[in-house]
Design a protein around this ligand. Structure first.
Ligand code: CAA
Length: 261
């Protein structure tokens, strides 16, 4: 599939995916979801892609779902557009590789929902965050009502959802919506350093971290802990990644992790 909106670039195992529809502040339309869905399918089993970084071109990360596309939809079409976004973002969230959102500017509505479906978020000091749907007489449709309270807690989530207030990077950092903030000119370089750092870790362990955390958070605590123990154990034994990592520590050398993430 030829992409009109996504610009993926792969370098040294890190795929930087730029959302490029700057005239509409990268607003998310059906075409975007088709392209993202296609891209995720493409990289799913590609060992050359170790970490994914998603960012936006211009002054926005993403300013929300495309209001011009949504305005004439009826109720059924509205639900279908919500389900489409939810499905693609869930696929992204469950991708077997770390995904980082590098938030360069406005991350509003569906844009913040996209960022929240990533594993963690870095941001420019100029970034702005919000769920402004109530200004439009809407609610979030890409699971923002579900991911936001899980990320920042009920009070901050309901505050943002009910007031539509736009907050800056400092407040986003304070409430845990983003994990790191950088000057705009350093955002990509610093985010790539984080991505590179992850590629030096035990690839199977990184994969399992994502799986155990993401599956476990939706499970009963004791069942989730049992799942953790099973996955912990899977890294032990001759030829396994944990054996190499622990042996390297004891032998005071760098581990030689072989498999790609
Ligand atoms: N959808 C469609 N077009 C959008 C858009 C969106 N979400 N956000 C911005 N644009 C368009 C504008 O219409 C404008 O187009 P024209 O040049 O053709 O007029 C262009 O992008 C530039 O935008 P502005 O002139 O408004 O730029 P600004 O710097 O003055 O303001 C802004 C920036 C504060 C982000 C403002 O654009 C804005 O408020 N955008 C809408 C934000 C929003 O409400 N997002 C939520 C959408 S609903 C949603 O996401 C539902 C869901 O969960 C599924």
């Amino acid at each position: 599939m030829e992409y009109e909106i996504l610009k993926p670039e792969l370098k040294d195992g890190i795929a930087v995916v730029t959302i490029s529809r700057p005239k509409a502040l990268n607003a998310l339309n059906t075409r975007f979801f088709e392209e993202m869905s296609d891209y995720l399918e493409k990289i799913k089993n590609d060992d050359n892609v170790k970490v994914v970084v998603i960012t936006g071109e211009g002054k926005a990360f993403v300013a929300g779902a495309d209001i011009a596309e949504m305005v004439n939809k009826n109720s059924e079409e509205g639900t279908a557009f919500s389900l489409l976004g939810q499905k693609v973002f869930r696929t992204l969230e469950l991708l077997d590789k770390p995904v980082i959102a590098a938030i360069n500017g406005f991350a509003l509505g569906g844009g913040l929902e996209l960022a929240m479906a990533c594993d963690f978020r870095t941001a420019s000091t100029k970034a702005k965050f919000g769920q402004p749907e109530v200004n439009l007489g809407l609610i979030p449709g890409y699971a923002g009502t579900q991911r936001l309270p899980r990320l920042v807690g009920l009070g901050d989530a309901l505050y943002l959802l009910m007031t539509a207030d736009m907050i800056g990077a400092d407040d986003a950092l304070r409430i845990g919506l983003v994990q790191k903030v950088f000057e705009p000119e350093n955002l990509m370089e610093e985010t790539l350093k984080i991505a590179e750092n992850i590629t030096t870790k035990g690839p199977e362990a990184v994969k399992l971290i994502k799986k155990v955390v993401r599956q476990g958070i939706a499970m009963d605590f004791d069942k989730a802990s049992a799942m953790e123990a099973d996955n912990f154990g899977s890294l032990f034994g001759e030829g396994k990644e944990g054996k190499e990592g622990m042996s390297a520590f004891l032998e005071k050398r760098k581990p030689n992790f072989k498999k790609n993430i």
